[in-house]
Design a protein around this ligand. Structure first.
Ligand code: IPE
Ligand code: IPE
Ligand code: MG
Length: 243
């Protein structure tokens, strides 16, 4: 989108993207599934930069779900290697990314990830914590149900310790104990690849999100597609239960 077009549009503050269709993209070309993930990871980089340039404040990428461990070990390790590559690259480009105001956050259960990856994540999060042009949430080993369970346990411990009473638990306690605590809910959730489901992505936060589906496979997704989603979003009438 050009600056002029952008000026006339109400942009979503937070966009969630389910990066789906890598395997089918590879299959169509007679390639290994890992080649699809590789291309998908390149598209992720392009979309991140573009979203920052047009002024999106929060971008959450679903890269690996808590259910994706069911895949063959070779595929899982190919995905983890791509994740590691990205983290290394982000570390190498730290100064450049900081200058661009990019804050990197991880959402999910990090204890199940390889140790070196956890270390890289922790460093990147720490070093970019004060940046505020765009927050990139990387959802890897992320599951919405797991996230809620985690929040419930944390709150239950506070009740057990006598810090709060059960009847005082409100929605803010739940929001505040999710991995996305402090961030606005996603305004727009994009799922390519012709599937019409959330697959356990931001299930709590998506209560009033707008959805944009497309048959495009993630490795074919371009900044023009992001524009289309944003333009459609801008035409929606969000009522939040009101009139
Ligand atoms: C999305 O692409 C990436 C992950 C879930 C890790 P898929 O690998 O699910 O691609 P399809 O759905 O099989 O085409
Ligand atoms: C959702 O895609 C998870 C990610 C894109 C990371 P899946 O391909 O795992 O979802 P299902 O199995 O089709 O629902
Ligand atoms: Mg899939």
């Amino acid at each position: 989108m050009t600056k002029n077009e952008l000026a006339n549009i109400s942009l979503p503050r937070h966009i969630g993207i389910i990066m789906d269709g890598n395997g089918r993209w590879a299959k169509q070309r007679g390639l290994e599934r890992s080649e699809g993930h590789k291309k998908g990871a390149e598209v992720f980089r392009v979309i991140t930069e573009y979203a920052r340039d047009i002024g999106i404040e929060y971008l959450t990428f679903y890269a690996f779900s808590t259910e994706n461990w069911r895949r063959p070990a070779a595929e899982v390790s190919a995905i983890m290697n791509l994740f590691r590559d990205y983290l290394f690259e982000a570390q190498e480009r730290e100064e450049e990314n900081k200058a661009k105001g990019m804050r990197i956050r991880y959402i999910g259960e990090r204890s199940a990830l390889p140790e070196d990856i956890v270390k890289l994540i922790n460093e990147l999060e720490k070093n970019s914590a004060d940046k505020n042009a765009i927050t990139i949430n990387l959802a890897v080993n992320y599951g919405g149900r797991d996230e809620i369970l985690h929040a419930v346990r944390t709150i239950a411990k506070k009740v057990e310790a006598g810090e709060i009473k059960a009847e005082d638990i409100d929605l803010n306690h739940i929001d505040g104990n999710l991995f996305t605590a402090g961030q606005p809910d996603p305004d727009l959730i994009i799922r390519p690849s012709g599937e019409y489901r959330l697959s356990n992505f931001l299930i709590w936060q998506a209560a009033y999100s707008e959805f944009w589906f497309s048959d495009i496979l993630w490795p074919d997704f371009t900044s023009d597609d992001l524009d289309k989603a944003i333009i459609d979003y801008a035409k929606r009438n969000r009522r939040f239960g009101g009139v």
